[in-house]
Design a protein around this ligand. Sequence first.
Ligand code: ADP
Ligand code: MG
Length: 458
Amino acid sequence: MKELRISAPSDKQKLFLTANTKHIAFGGARGGGKSWAVRTKAKLLALRFGGIKILIVRSTYNEIINNHINQLTEELHGIARYNKSEKVFTFPNGSTINFGYCNNDKDLLQYQGAEYDVMFLDEATQLREMWIRKITACVRGVNNFPKRVYYTCNPGGESHRYIKRLFIDRKYEDGEKAEDYTFIQSLVTDNKALMRSQPDYIKQLEALPPKLREAWLHGNWDIFEGQFFEDFHDRPEHYKDRQYTHVIDPFEIPQGWPIYRSFDWGYKAPFSCGWWAVDYDGVVYRILELYGCTKTPNEGVKWHPPQVFEQIAKIEAEHRWLKGKKIIGIADPAIWDAETGDSIADVAAKHRVYFTPGDHKRIPGWMQMHYRFAFDDNGFPMMYIFKHCKAFIRTIPLLQFDEHKPEDLDTKGEDHVADEARYFLMSRPIAPPTVKAKNTFVENPLHQYLDMELRDFR
Ligand SMILES: Nc1ncnc2c1ncn2[C@@H]1O[C@H](COP(=O)(O)OP(=O)(O)O)[C@@H](O)[C@H]1O
Ligand SMILES: [Mg+2]
């Protein structure tokens, strides 16, 4: 049999590999060498305890393939055999490393009646608390093998609160014993291997807006509250030269720039329609918008679907930036739902207002907003808002983090502009910026006393 070769663990990975309580959590930030530690511990256990049954879980099957099965196939070549249909590596000593995933309640069926000695929940915070409880109930069996559950985690995600209670706050309920739980923090800066091989990775984390940066770079679990888009800079008094602001004076849109229309229908509240132009560098400009109440009028305005699309069609026929242009429409996929009669999309089509369904994945959509708001080294963002787009400028700063779903915003807020902007941005996603966002002037308490250009005291 071939010999197993393993590179040297980091100091934090060493603590993980030698920890010996029943529940062990590792990481608490991005890029801390978590998945490597999981694979390494699984291999060592399999070789040391012949016959042991090990399970590695991620939220989806694709993730388990990309983060573990592909790597282990290479690392265990000549050491253990992989059976693809059973998703299991079998070692000559009878040990097995099995794989599972859980993305919805139905996936729990995989675990019915199963028994494992040691389990790894990689990115455990992406799994719901109920799934974690049901899956970890499979750690049992009458043998002398150690019984362990390893969790790797990041702040944010479905079970943020559960993992934080057990491993960060250490508040225990009946049946849980404090001495069974260990947490080992590992930050990207603890992962020298990654710092060497991908020096840009830390720059990506540094370019995140402050709260996400605190969470994923510094491993802070307390930050998902308050204003959601703290990276939106709407200070009209400072937009003279388009630097360090997102709100600008309108200008004439060059003929060659493509135009998009994004739309969110408010079933109980306002609808929102935004028009966007895209320049040759891929920078997007919100140039016009139409925003109004559909059911509960608060400003004396009450719109019915035909009126909304009549108005949209009229604006597109008459406004000099839109007239005669091919406009690409992107909307909330829910507008195609029709319980009875016409869907909202049908009504739109009757007015020759056409849409394709947007990608409505929420967290990736919000990340696109953050990436676009980030300023480059010269202070230029990838998204601007014309200053007459009042609904965007008013509602985006009001949105709050959701108390129960970290990383997401509270949908009780007025979120229709944000939703519609997100569908549009997901149609032309950009890579995370890697430069440090130069926004310190906003946090500088001195600036309120100074009547000068902001860039003078960055
Ligand atoms: N001890 C180590 N030796 C060599 N490479 C490592 C080590 N720890 C982590 N790495 C590498 O660093 C990168 C990030 O590690 P990974 O475990 O994927 O981080 P995380 O799961 O925390 O995001 C991967 O390419 C991984 O193979
Ligand atoms: Mg990982």
